[in-house]
Design a protein around this ligand. Sequence first.
Ligand code: MEV
Length: 323
Amino acid sequence: MASAFAPGKCILFGEHAVVYGHPAVAVAIDQGVRVSIEESPDWRLEGMPFDPSRHPHITHIIQSIFNYDGPPLALEVQSDLFSAAGMGSSAALSNAVGAALHNHLNSDEPLDNIKLARLAHSAEATAQKGRASPTDTATSALGGCVVVSGEHVEGTRHIFDTSLVTPEGKRDWSINVVDLPPGICEAWLVLGYTGEWSPTGRMVANVAKLMSEKPELSDDMEAIARITKAGLTALSAGNLEALGMAMDACHERLQRLEVSNPSLDRLVEAARPHALGAKLTGAGGGGCMVALAEDPQRVAEAIEVAGGKPLTSKLGAEGVRVV
Ligand code: MEV
């Protein structure tokens, strides 16, 4: 049996803006998705007959990317991520399926994480009707701290470039990484799940519609880009207070793009008195918020009391790997 694990991600800055070529900063988290693959008399997913139309990411990787036409496979998936919740569960699933299938077919060849990031992005784009930045997939594939941008961002190390034709035109992204300073290990991320499910494709489409109705919102996109750069400088310097302030400022701009909602705002407000900063993370409309904390237990309790489900992680876990 071939198995692989891919981490989820937490976007610290730049969600939605990155779809329009602005920078985003994301870190891999400790939680993720594990996939095991073995040959089987018929196609199975978690012991049940596999219906390709219900699993577009898995189908795209197996059929369109690997062009797999071998014997039927049985896939087992174990995830400790909330799904459709801004934690990159579909990106982690694509990466873990790609890595496990690679291992099943060519077990002596090492994993190529950049190739995996590219193929998982193509699966994500197919599932999100052509509007998907490579942020989630690259962070899950590479691990650590990833900066995705339309142009080179100072202070980052370039890894690869990628592009996609979206309904709003062709987008080019540069994928870069940043080494996190040792001081960052004093900080924790506490994610708070609202319990509300929210598909990324729909949120991205809502923002596209809002932007076409209110062109003045491009000022908020520009502001998110400035906050992202300031947040990245704070992160690279290990300046936790400035990092938290930038997260607070980013949340206010995301509210103006109408991607926050009352549950996210409630959890953000509950976490803030005990945290260095807090914001929604990922597509919004439900899903998760994230707080930067030195005392993660206290923040987790505040989130729980406010009705959320907390999950604690260090910043910058290892990327996809065979296990
Ligand atoms: C989703 O995790 C992040 C978004 O920016 C969409 C994307 O980057 O594809 C909302």
